[in-house]
Design a protein around this ligand. Structure first.
Ligand SMILES: *Cc1c(COP(=O)(O)O)cnc(C)c1O
Length: 217
């Protein structure tokens, strides 16, 4: 696979769904990948990347950001309370908002730092105990509470259970977003991004299909 193969498939999925090709943002998930693979994708002109861990991202992205203007970074993994400051300083968007305390801390820091990341609320659509995210039935109240902190919510994010058809989860997330007036839908990974685009995804998070299998660290 390569970057152009994926962007072609995204364009085809958009066309099939009657959507404009630029209505879907491709987040290239570079976690744990060898630097030369990431550098090749930057050199190919891609600018939007996703990482799972604040510390890992802090170690590698500032140099690439200095070398290449216009890099956009998305945090996809869980955010610990003691990592909120570096996260707000480094990331343009956070896809794992799932606690009001975290929202409060982001709101405070956004004031101090003078920039607020785009925020996606993570929804545990499969109610999996090992997975982060709030329950579907908590979404309405949570979005209301976050918005009350003067923090705009960009949309919702989900990671469907690995052993299930993801489509009902994508539909649930789309319904929850629509009824809360949210336009952003962060859903779809290497195995299912086309199905996610068919159900309205605005941000697909694609790692291994672009970079190759992650080498276990
Ligand atoms: C790793 C990861 C991805 C990318 O997964 P692939 O299957 O490699 O495309 C997407 N979203 C999240 C939250 C991830 O942790």
């Amino acid at each position: 696979m390569s970057l152009t193969a994926i962007t072609d498939r995204i364009a085809a999925a958009c066309a099939a769904a009657g959507r404009a090709p630029d209505s879907v943002r491709l987040i290239a998930v570079s976690k744990v990948q060898p630097p030369e693979r990431v550098e090749a994708v930057i050199a190919a002109g891609h600018r939007c990347f996703g990482e799972n861990r604040v510390q890992e991202a802090q170690g590698k992205w500032p140099a690439w950001q200095n070398a290449t203007p216009g890099i956009e970074l998305h945090l996809l993994g869980p955010l610990q309370s003691n990592k909120v400051r570096p996260a707000v300083e480094l990331f343009d968007a956070i896809h794992s908002l799932d606690r009001l305390k975290l929202a409060q801390r982001i709101a405070d820091l956004a004031q101090q730092v003078g920039r607020a990341p785009g925020l996606f609320v993570q929804v545990n659509t499969g109610d999996e105990t090992q997975k982060a995210g709030i329950s579907a039935n908590e979404v309405d109240a949570f979005v209301r509470d976050v918005t009350a902190l003067d923090l705009p919510v960009a949309g919702l994010m989900c990671i469907p259970p690995a052993d299930q058809d993801p489509v009902p989860h994508f539909d649930l997330l789309a319904d929850l977003a629509a009824r809360n007036g949210l336009t952003g839908l962060s859903m779809g990974m290497s195995a299912d991004f086309e199905a996610a685009i068919a159900r309205g995804a605005t941000h697909v998070r694609v790692g291994s299909a672009i970079f190759g299998a992650r080498v276990p660290g």
